[in-house]
Design a protein around this ligand. Structure first.
Ligand code: ZN
Length: 221
Protein backbone atom coordinates (compact mmCIF):
# COMPACT_ATOMS: atom_id res chain seq x y z
CA UNK A 1 0.00 0.00 0.00
CA UNK A 2 1.28 3.45 -0.87
CA UNK A 3 0.13 6.42 1.14
CA UNK A 4 0.09 9.81 -0.45
CA UNK A 5 -1.02 13.29 0.42
CA UNK A 6 -3.70 14.57 -1.88
CA UNK A 7 -3.74 18.22 -2.89
CA UNK A 8 -6.41 19.15 -0.37
CA UNK A 9 -4.36 17.67 2.44
CA UNK A 10 -6.46 14.57 3.06
CA UNK A 11 -4.59 11.33 3.35
CA UNK A 12 -5.77 8.60 1.07
CA UNK A 13 -4.72 5.02 0.68
CA UNK A 14 -4.17 3.82 -2.85
CA UNK A 15 -2.97 0.28 -3.41
CA UNK A 16 0.05 0.39 -5.65
CA UNK A 17 -0.43 -1.62 -8.82
CA UNK A 18 2.02 -2.17 -11.62
CA UNK A 19 1.02 -2.81 -15.23
CA UNK A 20 3.12 -4.96 -17.53
CA UNK A 21 2.47 -5.38 -21.26
CA UNK A 22 3.09 -8.85 -22.74
CA UNK A 23 3.42 -9.31 -26.50
CA UNK A 24 1.42 -12.38 -27.58
CA UNK A 25 1.12 -12.08 -31.36
CA UNK A 26 1.68 -10.02 -34.45
CA UNK A 27 -0.92 -9.71 -37.17
CA UNK A 28 -0.61 -8.47 -40.71
CA UNK A 29 -3.01 -5.58 -41.22
CA UNK A 30 -2.96 -3.55 -44.42
CA UNK A 31 0.58 -4.64 -45.18
CA UNK A 32 1.96 -3.79 -41.75
CA UNK A 33 2.75 -5.95 -38.76
CA UNK A 34 0.49 -5.00 -35.89
CA UNK A 35 1.49 -6.13 -32.40
CA UNK A 36 -1.04 -7.76 -30.08
CA UNK A 37 -0.43 -7.08 -26.40
CA UNK A 38 -2.17 -8.27 -23.26
CA UNK A 39 -1.60 -6.54 -19.92
CA UNK A 40 -0.95 -7.86 -16.43
CA UNK A 41 -1.96 -5.81 -13.39
CA UNK A 42 -0.04 -6.75 -10.28
CA UNK A 43 -2.22 -5.53 -7.43
CA UNK A 44 -1.41 -6.27 -3.79
CA UNK A 45 -4.58 -8.40 -3.52
CA UNK A 46 -4.55 -10.22 -6.86
CA UNK A 47 -3.03 -10.53 -10.28
CA UNK A 48 -5.30 -9.51 -13.15
CA UNK A 49 -4.84 -10.33 -16.83
CA UNK A 50 -6.50 -7.96 -19.30
CA UNK A 51 -7.25 -9.80 -22.56
CA UNK A 52 -5.71 -13.12 -23.50
CA UNK A 53 -4.48 -12.77 -27.09
CA UNK A 54 -4.40 -15.83 -29.30
CA UNK A 55 -2.86 -19.27 -28.94
CA UNK A 56 -3.55 -20.90 -32.28
CA UNK A 57 -4.17 -20.28 -35.94
CA UNK A 58 -7.62 -20.31 -37.49
CA UNK A 59 -8.78 -20.34 -41.13
CA UNK A 60 -10.98 -17.28 -40.54
CA UNK A 61 -7.95 -15.11 -39.85
CA UNK A 62 -5.33 -16.82 -42.01
CA UNK A 63 -5.11 -13.70 -44.21
CA UNK A 64 -3.63 -11.82 -41.24
CA UNK A 65 -0.76 -14.31 -41.14
CA UNK A 66 -0.69 -14.47 -37.32
CA UNK A 67 2.71 -14.92 -35.71
CA UNK A 68 2.00 -16.25 -32.27
CA UNK A 69 3.81 -16.05 -28.95
CA UNK A 70 1.10 -17.67 -26.80
CA UNK A 71 1.13 -17.05 -23.05
CA UNK A 72 1.23 -20.83 -22.58
CA UNK A 73 4.61 -20.94 -24.32
CA UNK A 74 6.25 -18.03 -22.53
CA UNK A 75 8.59 -19.54 -19.96
CA UNK A 76 8.40 -16.57 -17.61
CA UNK A 77 4.60 -16.25 -17.68
CA UNK A 78 2.87 -18.05 -14.80
CA UNK A 79 -0.62 -19.02 -15.99
CA UNK A 80 -1.57 -20.31 -12.55
CA UNK A 81 -0.66 -16.97 -11.01
CA UNK A 82 -3.59 -15.19 -12.69
CA UNK A 83 -6.52 -14.69 -10.29
CA UNK A 84 -8.84 -12.65 -12.48
CA UNK A 85 -9.24 -12.25 -16.24
CA UNK A 86 -10.84 -9.24 -17.92
CA UNK A 87 -11.82 -9.11 -21.58
CA UNK A 88 -12.00 -5.56 -22.95
CA UNK A 89 -14.08 -7.06 -25.75
CA UNK A 90 -14.37 -10.45 -27.43
CA UNK A 91 -12.78 -10.02 -30.85
CA UNK A 92 -10.63 -13.06 -31.65
CA UNK A 93 -7.29 -11.43 -30.85
CA UNK A 94 -8.48 -10.53 -27.34
CA UNK A 95 -10.17 -13.76 -26.22
CA UNK A 96 -8.20 -16.47 -28.02
CA UNK A 97 -6.35 -17.39 -24.84
CA UNK A 98 -9.41 -17.47 -22.57
CA UNK A 99 -9.27 -21.27 -22.62
CA UNK A 100 -5.95 -21.12 -20.76
CA UNK A 101 -7.82 -19.71 -17.76
CA UNK A 102 -10.72 -22.15 -17.47
CA UNK A 103 -12.30 -21.80 -14.04
CA UNK A 104 -10.88 -18.31 -13.49
CA UNK A 105 -13.51 -15.54 -13.27
CA UNK A 106 -13.46 -13.72 -16.61
CA UNK A 107 -15.13 -10.30 -16.52
CA UNK A 108 -16.79 -8.95 -19.65
CA UNK A 109 -19.63 -6.54 -20.25
CA UNK A 110 -22.90 -8.43 -20.71
CA UNK A 111 -23.61 -6.54 -23.92
CA UNK A 112 -20.28 -7.72 -25.37
CA UNK A 113 -20.90 -11.32 -24.40
CA UNK A 114 -24.38 -11.24 -25.93
CA UNK A 115 -23.07 -9.75 -29.17
CA UNK A 116 -20.19 -12.24 -29.39
CA UNK A 117 -22.62 -15.10 -28.90
CA UNK A 118 -25.27 -13.97 -31.36
CA UNK A 119 -23.78 -11.82 -34.14
CA UNK A 120 -22.38 -13.27 -37.36
CA UNK A 121 -18.78 -12.51 -38.30
CA UNK A 122 -18.11 -10.92 -34.92
CA UNK A 123 -15.38 -13.16 -33.61
CA UNK A 124 -14.26 -16.79 -33.53
CA UNK A 125 -17.10 -18.38 -31.61
CA UNK A 126 -15.29 -21.50 -30.44
CA UNK A 127 -12.63 -19.31 -28.79
CA UNK A 128 -15.30 -17.36 -26.90
CA UNK A 129 -17.06 -20.55 -25.88
CA UNK A 130 -13.98 -22.61 -25.06
CA UNK A 131 -14.65 -25.31 -22.44
CA UNK A 132 -14.47 -24.16 -18.85
CA UNK A 133 -14.32 -20.42 -19.49
CA UNK A 134 -16.21 -18.83 -16.61
CA UNK A 135 -17.66 -15.51 -17.69
CA UNK A 136 -18.84 -12.96 -15.19
CA UNK A 137 -21.16 -10.67 -17.17
CA UNK A 138 -20.98 -7.07 -15.98
CA UNK A 139 -23.59 -4.35 -16.42
CA UNK A 140 -21.81 -1.01 -16.30
CA UNK A 141 -19.01 -0.01 -13.93
CA UNK A 142 -17.50 -2.44 -11.47
CA UNK A 143 -14.62 -2.13 -9.01
CA UNK A 144 -12.99 -5.55 -9.25
CA UNK A 145 -10.28 -4.69 -6.71
CA UNK A 146 -9.66 -1.55 -4.65
CA UNK A 147 -8.49 1.00 -7.19
CA UNK A 148 -9.11 -1.23 -10.25
CA UNK A 149 -12.33 -0.40 -12.05
CA UNK A 150 -14.07 -1.71 -15.16
CA UNK A 151 -15.70 1.09 -17.14
CA UNK A 152 -17.86 0.64 -20.25
CA UNK A 153 -16.34 2.47 -23.23
CA UNK A 154 -18.61 1.97 -26.25
CA UNK A 155 -17.06 2.70 -29.61
CA UNK A 156 -14.82 0.01 -31.09
CA UNK A 157 -17.66 -2.34 -30.13
CA UNK A 158 -20.88 -1.36 -28.30
CA UNK A 159 -19.92 -3.62 -25.37
CA UNK A 160 -16.26 -2.63 -25.02
CA UNK A 161 -14.87 -1.78 -21.59
CA UNK A 162 -11.61 -0.35 -20.30
CA UNK A 163 -9.79 -0.94 -17.02
CA UNK A 164 -8.98 2.12 -14.93
CA UNK A 165 -6.14 1.63 -12.48
CA UNK A 166 -5.60 4.17 -9.71
CA UNK A 167 -1.96 4.90 -9.16
CA UNK A 168 -2.04 7.64 -6.57
CA UNK A 169 -1.84 10.38 -9.19
CA UNK A 170 -3.70 10.48 -12.46
CA UNK A 171 -5.04 7.04 -13.36
CA UNK A 172 -3.62 4.57 -15.84
CA UNK A 173 -6.05 3.02 -18.32
CA UNK A 174 -5.85 -0.30 -20.13
CA UNK A 175 -7.90 0.48 -23.19
CA UNK A 176 -7.92 -2.61 -25.43
CA UNK A 177 -8.98 -1.36 -28.86
CA UNK A 178 -10.83 1.77 -27.72
CA UNK A 179 -8.14 3.36 -29.84
CA UNK A 180 -6.09 1.36 -32.31
CA UNK A 181 -3.93 4.36 -33.23
CA UNK A 182 -2.77 7.25 -31.03
CA UNK A 183 -4.60 9.76 -33.24
CA UNK A 184 -7.92 8.39 -32.05
CA UNK A 185 -7.07 9.48 -28.50
CA UNK A 186 -5.50 12.76 -29.58
CA UNK A 187 -8.78 13.65 -31.23
CA UNK A 188 -11.46 11.50 -29.61
CA UNK A 189 -14.54 10.85 -31.66
CA UNK A 190 -16.62 8.14 -30.05
CA UNK A 191 -18.16 7.89 -26.60
CA UNK A 192 -15.50 5.57 -25.20
CA UNK A 193 -12.64 7.76 -26.42
CA UNK A 194 -14.22 10.90 -24.97
CA UNK A 195 -14.88 9.13 -21.70
CA UNK A 196 -11.28 7.99 -21.37
CA UNK A 197 -9.95 11.47 -22.14
CA UNK A 198 -12.30 12.88 -19.50
CA UNK A 199 -10.56 10.69 -16.90
CA UNK A 200 -7.41 12.75 -17.57
CA UNK A 201 -5.24 9.61 -17.59
CA UNK A 202 -1.50 9.72 -17.20
CA UNK A 203 -1.27 7.07 -19.89
CA UNK A 204 -3.42 4.61 -21.81
CA UNK A 205 -2.12 1.16 -22.68
CA UNK A 206 -3.53 -0.11 -25.99
CA UNK A 207 -3.55 -3.62 -27.45
CA UNK A 208 -1.94 -2.76 -30.75
CA UNK A 209 0.77 -0.21 -29.97
CA UNK A 210 4.19 -0.90 -28.47
CA UNK A 211 4.11 2.14 -26.19
CA UNK A 212 1.25 3.58 -24.16
CA UNK A 213 -0.49 6.73 -25.36
CA UNK A 214 0.19 9.80 -23.24
CA UNK A 215 -1.51 13.17 -23.50
CA UNK A 216 0.69 15.76 -25.19
CA UNK A 217 1.74 18.37 -22.68
CA UNK A 218 0.39 21.54 -24.29
CA UNK A 219 -2.91 19.86 -25.07
CA UNK A 220 -3.99 19.14 -21.52
CA UNK A 221 -6.19 21.65 -19.81
ZN1 ZN B 1 -7.67 -6.04 -31.35
Amino acid sequence: MATFMSTDGNRAEVPSSTITPVLVAELLAEGELMPVYVHVIDHPDARVLVDTGMTQLHPLVADMDPRLVPLSEQADFDLAGIDVVVNTHLHFDHCGGNHLFAGTPTYVQRRELDDARTLEDYTIHEWVEAPGVQYVPVDGELEVLPGVRLVPAPGHTPGSQVVVVETGGRPAVIGGDMAVFFGELDEPRDEGQRLVRALDPELVWLSHTHEPWRPSVGRRA
